[in-house]
Design a protein around this ligand. Structure first.
Ligand code: PGA
Length: 256
């Protein structure tokens, strides 16, 4: 069965379920409500990243517009890595995207080198990487800019410039993940310009086409202003993707 590719000219919303919910029954309910929500939201493309154990069953027989993403997986095709899954296995389970370098995985020891290997493995497997970058904290002397630049440089070094079209970059400041409020759209606008400049430095003019998402504490009130005012292509949504009413409201606000 064909893997789903999404129309990334529309606003992209990535629903990162993280390690939720507890049972497949509840995962099925959540996916059903996400499917309903997208029926009316024609201007939005949705990528769902469920826990890896649920992906194959959720994607079985599904022929709609929602694409699946791995939340994180190893670059090695297979091997002696107890408890891990590989990008190749996630691709086989019908993922089209792979989140790489999420802050919660970096916090557990994934390095820039691991992230670079995963990005390259994703591309060679035909998965589109959603590359997460973001600083832990901000300082008045601007060192967070150098931090972001290095995360981007190390992940993108050696890729073909034309591959940038397959990549989504999700800027997620760690201090905004799980927080009460997202960063301001003004600050995100500034960061988006900086990210684009770094990508051009890394891969040349093709980097102008890079698509940038924002993630961290987005809900139904902040989704649309963030897209409009920060000029981002989409959003990576954690908690708000788990509550049916809230997720529907996010998609509706972007479709209006
Ligand atoms: P949050 O998580 O929306 O719950 O803040 C975002 C993320 O970690 O991707």
């Amino acid at each position: 069965m064909a893997h789903v590719t999404i129309d990334t000219m529309k606003a992209v919303v990535v629903a990162n379920w993280k390690m939720h919910p507890q049972t497949f029954k509840d995962a099925r309910k959540l996916f059903d409500s996400t499917k309903k929500a997208i029926e009316t939201a024609r201007n939005v493309s949705v990528i769902v990243a469920p826990p890896s154990v649920f992906v194959r069953e959720l994607s079985r027989g599904y022929r709609g517009r929602i694409a699946f993403a791995a939340q994180g997986a190893r670059a090695e095709l297979e091997g002696a890595f107890t408890g891990d899954v590989s990008l190749a296995q996630m691709r086989d389970a019908r993922c089209t995207y792979a989140i790489v370098g999420h802050a919660e995985r970096r916090a557990r020891g994934e390095t820039n080198e691991d992230v670079a290997a995963q990005l390259k493995a994703s591309l060679s497997l035909g998965l589109s990487p959603i590359l997460c970058v973001g600083e832990k904290e901000r300082s008045s002397d601007g060192t967070h800019y150098a931090f972001i630049k290095e995360e981007l440089r190390s992940a993108l070094s050696g890729i073909k410039p034309s591959d940038i079209k397959k990549i989504l970059i999700a800027y997620e400041p760690v201090w905004a993940i799980g927080a009460v409020k997202p960063m301001t759209s003004r600050d995100m606008h500034e960061m988006g310009i900086f990210i684009r400049k770094c990508v051009v430095e890394s891969i040349g003019d093709a980097g102008m086409d890079v698509r940038i998402l924002y993630g961290g504490a987005i809900d139904q009130n902040t989704a649309r202003p963030m897209i409009e005012e920060a000029h981002v292509h989409g959003l990576l949504v954690g908690r708000a993707s788990l509550e049916r009413g809230v997720f529907v409201a996010i998609l509706e606000s972007l479709s209006a």
